[in-house]
Design a protein around this ligand. Structure first.
Ligand code: HEC
Ligand code: HEC
Length: 183
C-alpha cells in the first residue's frame, strides 16, 4: 500500500519510524524498494559493475579510457584510478574524485541484478566485506565515498534524496525485519 503512494524520497522512513518497530514483511519490502532507487542509480552502479570495468555517465556505458579493476579495485599496476581521479571532483576536466576512489569488488556487483539479488547479497557477510547489519547501515548512512553520489559534479544526476534520507530508509528497513523483495 505505502509503496504506491507518491511520497517524496525518504518519507517512507519517517512513516515507518513513527510506527512501532517490529517485523513487518510488506512494509520492510516497500522500504527496500524505496532504497533501491538509490542502490540502482547510475551513481552507485557505475562503481558496482558486473565484470572488470567500471561504467560511466547516466547511461552507464563502459569506462573510457579503457580501465580494469586490477587486483584490489585500484586499477592495474602503472595506471591506478587516482592517476586521473583525484581527491575531489575536477570541474575543468569533468573527472569525478574522492580520496578513496576505487572499484567495488566483484562480490559486490549490483549492475544488471534484480533488487532481490542485491538485497540478499548486501546482507550476506561472505559477500559484503564482512559487514554486520549495524556496520552495513553505518556505511550506507555515513561513508563519504557513498556520499559522493549526492555531489557527483559535472552533469551527472545525483542519487535521489539525501544520504541521510537513504540511511534512514535503510535503517527503517532493518528495523522492520530486513526482508528482501521476492523479485
Ligand atoms: C586515464 C584516466 C582514468 C583512469 C586511470 C580511471 N578513470 Fe575513471 N574516469 C575517467 C574520466 C575522464 C571520467 C569521466 C567521464 C565522464 O563522465 O565524462 C571517468 C569516470 C569514471 C566513473 C563514472 C562516474 C559516474 O557515475 O559517471 C567511474 C565510476 C570511474 N571513472 C571509475 C574508475 C575506477 C574505479 C578507476 C580505477 C579502477 C578509474 N575510473 C580509472 C578517467 C580515468
Ligand atoms: C567510486 C566508486 C564507488 C561508488 C561511486 C560507490 N561505491 Fe559502494 N563501494 C565501493 C567500494 C570500493 C566498496 C568496497 C568497500 C570499500 O573499499 O570501501 C564499496 C562497498 C559498498 C558497500 C558494502 C557492501 C556491499 O555488499 O556492497 C555498500 C553497501 C556500498 N558500497 C554502497 C554504495 C551505495 C549505496 C552507493 C551509491 C549511493 C555506492 N556504494 C557508490 C565503491 C563505490
Amino acid at each position: 500500500m505505502i509503496a504506491r503512494l507518491l511520497l517524496p524520497f525518504g518519507a517512507l522512513a519517517v512513516v515507518a519510524t513513527a510506527m512501532a518497530q517490529q517485523p513487518d514483511e510488506a512494509r520492510s519490502i516497500a522500504l527496500f524498494r524505496e532504497a533501491g532507487k538509490v542502490l540502482q542509480s547510475p551513481r552507485c552502479l557505475n562503481c558496482h559493475p558486473v565484470g572488470e570495468r567500471p561504467t560511466q555517465t547516466d547511461r552507464m556505458t563502459p569506462h573510457v579510457p579503457f580501465i580494469v579493476r586490477g587486483a584490489d579495485g585500484h586499477g592495474p599496476a602503472g595506471l591506478p584510478c587516482n592517476a586521473c581521479h583525484h581527491a575531489a571532483n575536477y570541474a575543468e576536466s569533468g573527472v569525478p574524485g574522492h580520496p578513496k576512489w576505487h572499484l567495488a569488488p566483484a562480490s559486490m556487483a549490483w549492475a544488471g541484478k534484480s533488487l532481490s539479488e542485491i538485497c540478499q547479497q548486501i546482507k550476506d557477510t561472505a559477500r559484503n566485506g564482512g559487514l554486520d547489519m549495524e556496520r552495513l547501515l553505518d556505511h550506507m548512512a555515513k561513508d563519504s565515498l557513498v556520499g559522493w553520489a549526492w555531489a557527483p559534479g559535472g552533469k551527472r544526476t545525483p542519487a535521489p534524496g539525501t544520504q541521510k534520507e537513504f540511511g534512514d530508509t535503510m535503517r527503517a528497513w532493518a528495523d522492520t525485519g530486513a526482508f528482501c523483495p521476492p523479485d
